[in-house]
Design a binder for this molecule. Sequence first.
Ligand SMILES: [Fe+2]
Length: 297
Amino acid sequence: MDTIESRITIKRLHPLFVAEVTGIDLTQPVPHEDFRVIWEAFNEHQILVFRDQHFDDETQIAFSRHFGELETMIAHPGNDWNPGHISIMTNLGKDGNFLPLDHPAMLHRERNEEWHSDSSFKPVAALASLLASRIVPPVGGNTDFASARAAYEDLPAERKAALEGLTVLHRMTHRDMDADKGYNEEDKKRHVVTHPLIRVNPVNGRKALYVGSHAQEIVGMPPEAGAALLDELTAFCTQPKYFYSHHWRDGDAVMWDNRCTLHRATTFDKTKYKRKLHRTTIAGKAPDIAFGAMPER
Ligand SMILES: [Fe+2]
């Protein structure tokens, strides 16, 4: 266990990534020196689990803004058609009752059960996401994470060299768009972008594989061959040794680095247990935050 500079305590939860942060109330204004500790931990550990935080939307947005500009969501089934900075992950309707399993919002959220990196289909992909509990189920409904940085670092040198410089096409929708439920025709045409396969954290120079379900083709390769390579790399990143499953407790808030981790929701009994988590998403920059710099506040 390391105690860095202050009352903030940072404890590793997995040998390769993920740290638990306690000793700070993030619903209150966060002093610059405390934010520096969190920012350094975020870049090092990739995923931070904050305990005993009781955010409302206003305080969650205020804390998230320390990391940079927030993404603004359009009205969408994934956020109950509420445009703004909050995405809602829930099986409940606005009235607090269970949504039918075939409801468009439920179909859309099934997509979260595939390994992905948030907003990788956007020209400026997300830097980080902060998912904070409102209602947690007693069983299931975990969020699984995988370190695509640890996986990359374990690749043989010749494999790293072969992958360096490849460019990947990302889409918001599934590869098989006809099978894609929860998206309309306009969604299917929108958000087709390219990103490098190897993503570099400019703060520490660490590299990661930038893959997941939105990564669908390799530029310059036949689509099937590119898809097979991306599937292989996603499977490589999500092996048990690079894997952490977060079981939600009341008061948990988890922040992850979308540049170097993959995540997915796990299922639960959606007709029996209530689950409601609110997400803020910090937009990246193009290019990323300057080497060694703190984000602008
Ligand atoms: Fe996600």
